[in-house]
Design a protein around this ligand. Structure first.
Ligand code: NAI
Length: 732
């Protein structure tokens, strides 16, 4: 379909000749009503005549187009827009094109040379655009063009005044693009090169003739069309070629050390690194630019010597083949009832509500831990920057967003003790605009799996590595039913909600420090996404499960927008069997903060502790216990015979359910349940069922390996000794 401007009203300043005339003719030819503005000045801004604009209007009308002339200077911005409104009743497009030159070498530039150039180019474009702005905002459509110049972008001898004003226009456009964006008012900047009276003194005649203005107009038309979603772009255009420009920034170098003054010598010594464009980044916004500084501050604080965006010498990039399956160092989390209570307060529980007491008072006969406390022990590895240590995952840590969270609880959480969490990179997805990292975290209490978390971490700008877009491992968000919610609970967060929640272990200054928040582009510190998650979970627990934590099975949510502490949260809930769909909004703004969310509950009967125990018990547990007993009997004889450490990861329903280590290398040998700190020679991963098949002799381990039922990591040759152990020591 050809691009039509039927019904659109277009104002082009300085359209009496050169490029502006060409734009006017092209817009009119495609159905636009055109205001042809031109003061009829000479190239230096002197003189005045209506002839230039009139001639173009005549040309357009002769071809059957719609046009009126306007002879005001762009310094009378309101009058130009009024012409459009008087003649055609609206204004859709403004092309700021009028311009003059007053070239002089820098020292010879007079005040007038400087002021005139700024008045016509920069101030003129400001005045005309400001006059159109509210009309465009109200009608939720507007397209604005600013005309800069290569002289502005790169500098040019004898054009200091012109360069300054021309690059000023780019600055103006950058901010208009941001302010107009949500009203569908877009502003782009072009740097044309074409033969016109402005360039006739600087270009040889042949070149002048061949660089036709009609090679520039099509870009202007496209950028001004309603179909074009480009906003804030900068384009060079000439001779039939169009290219886009952007900023580039070196990885840079931190030259400051903790508790030491920053000195110029350090700048000198690091100069090569500061200026090295290898692996340069392309910040797109003020937020992009400033987000880095948050990282720098914390890097200086923690005395990281490398440059702020990557370890020294490392190259940003993602290699799924290398990263997927990698484990982060396991983390240990020791807690007492204090942490449980602190968390409950952090997610808004209050003694105002008598049935909250079981989560707030350790002396309560049913004192329990909120199920969503299960996210807390799992986050420490990730918080401690473990992600950047993973091979194949060289990402810019300032670009990380917590996108989604899935939590599943296998048995009610203890109210004190030590929990061990094991984090694995489950998958890596290429979402184009970024990379999505799926992190699976299994949390164990005394070797028993108590919780499973899946963090979906989005890394802005890290996409395009050629990876897959979806993963069967991802726990998907699910949209709520399309009917009115079955229940809605409104709850207020307090001004200090984030200040309180962070004491549970997420110390990111974004949630407390106004200057950090500002650097991230927020007006004020924001509440933790996982705090809203906790609010929503307890709303469901109260509404549908009588505040009984053992009914909680799982929860999923996608974090859409932040909450400012003090705002009210409104949780809408839909019951569909054992699944409670949730949508969580900020009441004051109506903004959705948690989307695609749900809580799965256990049936009342299913949730009894006996059933949970039964459901959690693995057949393989018995075998390992037996192996352990027999190992003791056999003593060091077996250690001499086997001389290896075997690790086992037993899965149930596709998830890690237990971890065992058989040490037949050290001392008299030992059996260990749960995370193991020593070196393991070979690790087997197998489902509980298949493990039993192997033990019973119904499944040959080699066959299990080739069919993918048994995965082996480490010294695969040692698997041969496996049969010996299983055969001799697991007779049931
Ligand atoms: P041009 O001189 O042919 O067109 C400029 C028009 O603006 C003239 O018709 C002039 O009467 C009008 N004008 C001057 N002061 C005015 C005022 N106060 N109010 C209303 N109209 C006024 O020049 P050309 O080459 O078509 O330039 C158009 C724009 O493109 C200018 O902003 C220029 O700086 C820019 N540009 C042009 C390049 C080229 O290669 N032609 C290179 C880079 C930028």
């Amino acid at each position: 379909m050809s691009l039509s401007f039927e019904g659109r009203v277009v104002l082009i300043t300085g359209a009496g000749g050169g490029l502006g005339r060409e734009y006017a003719l092209a817009f009119a030819e495609r159905g636009a009503s055109v205001v042809v503005n031109d003061l009829g000045a000479d190239t230096k801004g002197g003189g005045k005549s209506s002839a230039a604009a009139d001639k173009v209007v005549e040309e357009i009308r002769a071809k059957g187009g719609k046009a009126v002339a306007n002879y005001d200077s762009v310094e009378d911005g309101e009058k130009l827009i009024q012409s459009a409104l008087d003649a055609f009743g609206r204004i859709d497009v403004v092309v700021n094109n009028a311009g003059i030159l007053r070239d002089r070498s820098f020292a010879r530039i007079s005040d007038l040379d400087w002021d005139l150039i700024h008045r016509i180019h920069l101030r003129g474009s400001f005045l005309v655009t400001r006059a159109a702005w509210n009309h465009m905002k109200k009608q939720k459509f507007g397209r604005i063009i600013m005309t800069t110049s290569a002289a502005g972008i790169y500098g040019n001898f004898g054009q200091a005044n012109y360069s300054a004003a021309k690059l000023g226009l780019l600055g103006l456009a950058n901010t208009l693009a941001i302010e107009g964006n949500k009203y569908n008012v877009y502003c782009n900047t072009i740097a044309p090169l074409a033969g016109s009276r402005l360039t006739e003194d600087v270009m040889p005649p042949d070149l002048l003739a061949s660089l036709k203005p009609e090679y520039v107009a099509p870009l202007v038309l496209w950028l001004c069309h309603e179909q074009c979603q480009e906003n804030g772009g900068l384009f060079e255009v000439s001779a039939g070629w169009i290219g886009k420009l952007r900023w580039e920034r070196t990885r840079g170098q931190i030259v400051r050390q903790k508790n030491k003054p920053m000195v110029p010598e350090a700048v000198r010594d690091q100069w090569d690194k500061i200026c090295d464009f290898t692996d340069a980044t392309k910040p797109k916004s003020l937020q992009d630019s400033m987000a880095l500084m948050v990282n720098v501050l914390s890097d200086v604080e923690s005395e990281v010597k490398a440059n702020p965006t990557a370890a020294e010498g490392s190259v940003l990039g993602i290699d799924p083949a290398e990263a997927v399956g990698q484990k982060l160092p396991s983390s240990s989390f020791t807690f007492t009832h204090t942490q449980c209570i602190l968390y409950a307060l952090g997610v808004g529980m209050s003694t105002k509500d008598p049935d909250h007491l079981r989560f707030l008072y350790e002396g309560h006969p049913e004192f329990s831990c909120l199920p969503t406390f299960g996210v807390i022990p799992s986050q420490s590895t990730i918080m401690e920057g473990g992600l950047s240590s993973i091979p194949g995952l060289n990402i810019d840590p300032t670009q990380i967003l917590h996108g989604e969270q899935y939590l599943e609880i296998y048995r009610p959480l203890p109210t004190s003790g030590t929990l061990i969490s094991e984090t694995t990179v489950a998958d890596l997805l290429d979402k184009g605009s970024g990379a999505l990292i799926l992190l699976d975290v299994n949390t164990y209490s005394d070797g028993e799996l108590v919780a499973y978390n899946q963090f979906s971490v989005f890394v802005v700008g890290a996409g395009g590595f050629g990876g897959k877009r979806t993963s069967e491992k991802a726990k998907a968000a699910v949209p709520p039913p399309k009917r009115a919610p079955d229940a809605v609970v409104t709850d207020s967060t307090t001004r200090d909600q984030a200040a309180l929640y962070r004491l549970s272990g997420d110390w990111n200054p974004l949630h407390i420090d106004p200057s950090f928040a500002a650097m991230g582009g927020f007006k004020a510190p924001i509440l933790h996404g996982l705090a809203s998650y906790g609010f929503a979970a307890r709303h469901v627990l109260k509404q549908f499960a009588n505040n009984d934590p053992s009914r909680f099975k799982a929860m999923k949510a996608r974090f859409v927008k932040p909450v400012t502490p003090g705002q009210s949260l409104q949780t809408e809930m839909w019951k569909e069997g054992n699944r409670i769909h949730i949508q969580c909004k900020v009441k004051e703004t109506g903004d959705v903060v948690l989307a695609g969310a749900y809580v799965d509950l256990h049936n009342t009967s299913e949730a009894s502790p006996e059933n949970l125990n039964q459901g959690g018990a693995l057949q393989s547990d018995l075998v390992f216990t037996e192996i352990g007993r027999r190992m003791k009997d056999a003593g060091s004889e077996l250690v001499q015979k086997v001389n290896a450490v075997f690790g086992w990861e037993i899965t149930k329903d596709g998830k890690n359910a237990a971890q065992w280590t058989i040490d037949l290398k050290n001392g008299g040998g030992s059996l260990n349940k749960g995370p193991y700190s020593g070196k393991v020679d070979v690790t087997f991963t197998v489902s509980d069922e298949d493990f039993m098949e192997v033990v019973k002799g119904k499944l040959n381990p080699q066959k299990a390996f080739f069919s993918g039922k048994l995965k082996v990591k480490g010294n695969i040759m040692l698997s041969q000794k496996l049969e010996v152990i299983l055969k001799d020591y697991a007779k049931l």
